[in-house]
Each structure stands twice: as structure tokens, then as C-alpha cells.
Write a protein that binds this ligand. Structure first.
Ligand code: ADP
Length: 172
């Protein structure tokens, strides 16, 4: 068996320290991790796809096994093209479980139809307790309301948030 490649899919709008925690853990298991940013619903996102990818590259520069790209279409097809053996997801609390469970079983089914015994597996990793309440949505909300998010996001994301909200308030 060659390189063990995993895909870490998500919106990453924006990347948080919780995502980085998962990436660090995954680096101990896999040879290569590709962060896959879904191209869907970018209208609703705060950061454009290009901005999210740039922030991901900049913030994961020290993680040698990690790279970031975007993908279209079915995740399992993308994973097959990349020869990935696993999908990585983070599990924060019981509230994540039901949706994640459904998605993992659906992806397994779709993947099995295409790849048979080599169907992709979903691997769940639990972040450090201090990140269990952290989400991209909360970071945006707290920042928008004037809260301090320094300890929740990497530096490039903090800088990007400042710029983004400065422009936004200038528009109003
Ligand atoms: P999605 O919209 O697909 O949930 P996200 O960017 O919000 O995309 O999250 C991507 C993955 O990272 C998901 O598996 C999510 O559970 C996980 N994740 C998000 N925040 C955290 C966190 N604070 N700790 C651990 N995992 C997280």
C-alpha cells in the first residue's frame, strides 16, 4: 500500500484553531491530508472561496503533510480521484453526531457502489476539550459584535476578519 491520503472536507469560513487541532491529529495518522473546500453556497459565506483557500494555505504552512484545494460535485468522487482512503471530520459534541452519522453512512454507500471493497472510510477525531464549543459561525458572530477572537483563530484569519469587517462597515 502506498501513501495514506485523507481528505478533510468542510466550509472553513473561516478556519479556526479547532480545525487546526484536527489537522494536527490527522497528521499523526496519515501521510498526506488534503483540505477540501466545497464550492457550494459560497454566496452565503463571509469569505470567498479564494480567500478561504489563501487563509488555509497561509495558516497551515508549518504542517508539511497538509495542502488545501477546492472541489466540485460529490465528495466521494473527489476522494476517489485523489486516491484517498479516508475522510476526516471533527466531532465536537453529541449535537454533531446525528448529522455526521447520516453523512458517513451515505458517503460509505455511495463510495461502495463505485469502489466496492475500497470504499472510503470516514474517520472522526475529537478535538481538545477547549475547542468543543468553537465553530466558524460563532467566531464570525462574536467578532461582528466586537468580541475578542484572538484565541480562537490563527493570526492570518484574525487579520482577514479585521479587513473584512472594516470594508463591510465602510459599505454601510
Ligand atoms: P461543514 O460546513 O462541512 O461542517 P466546517 O468548516 O464547519 O464545515 O467544519 C469542517 C469539519 O471540521 C467538520 O467535521 C466539523 O465538525 C469540524 N470542526 C469544526 N469546528 C471544529 C472544532 N472546533 N473542533 C473540532 N472539529 C471542528
Amino acid at each position: 500500500m502506498g501513501e495514506k491520503i485523507a481528505i478533510y472536507p468542510g466550509s472553513f469560513d473561516p478556519l479556526t484553531n479547532g480545525h487546526l487541532d484536527i489537522l494536527n491529529r490527522a497528521s499523526n495518522i496519515f501521510d498526506r491530508i488534503i483540505i477540501a473546500v466545497a464550492q457550494v453556497d459560497s454566496k452565503k459565506s463571509l469569505f470567498s472561496l479564494e480567500e478561504r483557500l489563501a487563509l488555509l494555505s497561509e495558516s497551515t504552512r508549518k504542517l508539511k503533510k497538509v495542502s488545501a484545494e477546492s472541489f466540485n460535485g460529490l465528495l466521494v468522487d473527489y476522494a476517489a480521484r485523489k486516491k484517498a482512503i479516508a475522510l476526516i471530520r471533527g466531532l465536537r459534541a453529541v449535537s454533531d453526531f446525528e448529522y455526521e452519522f447520516q453523512m458517513a453512512l451515505m458517503n460509505r454507500k455511495l463510495s461502495r457502489e463505485r469502489r466496492g471493497a475500497h470504499a472510503v472510510e470516514t474517520v472522526y477525531l475529537m478535538p481538545d476539550e477547549k475547542y468543543t464549543y468553537l465553530s466558524s459561525t460563532l467566531v464570525k458572530e462574536v467578532y461582528r459584535l466586537g468580541g475578542d477572537v484572538k484565541s480562537f483563530v490563527p493570526k492570518p484569519v484574525l487579520t482577514a476578519l479585521k479587513t473584512k469587517f472594516k470594508h463591510r462597515s465602510a459599505q454601510i
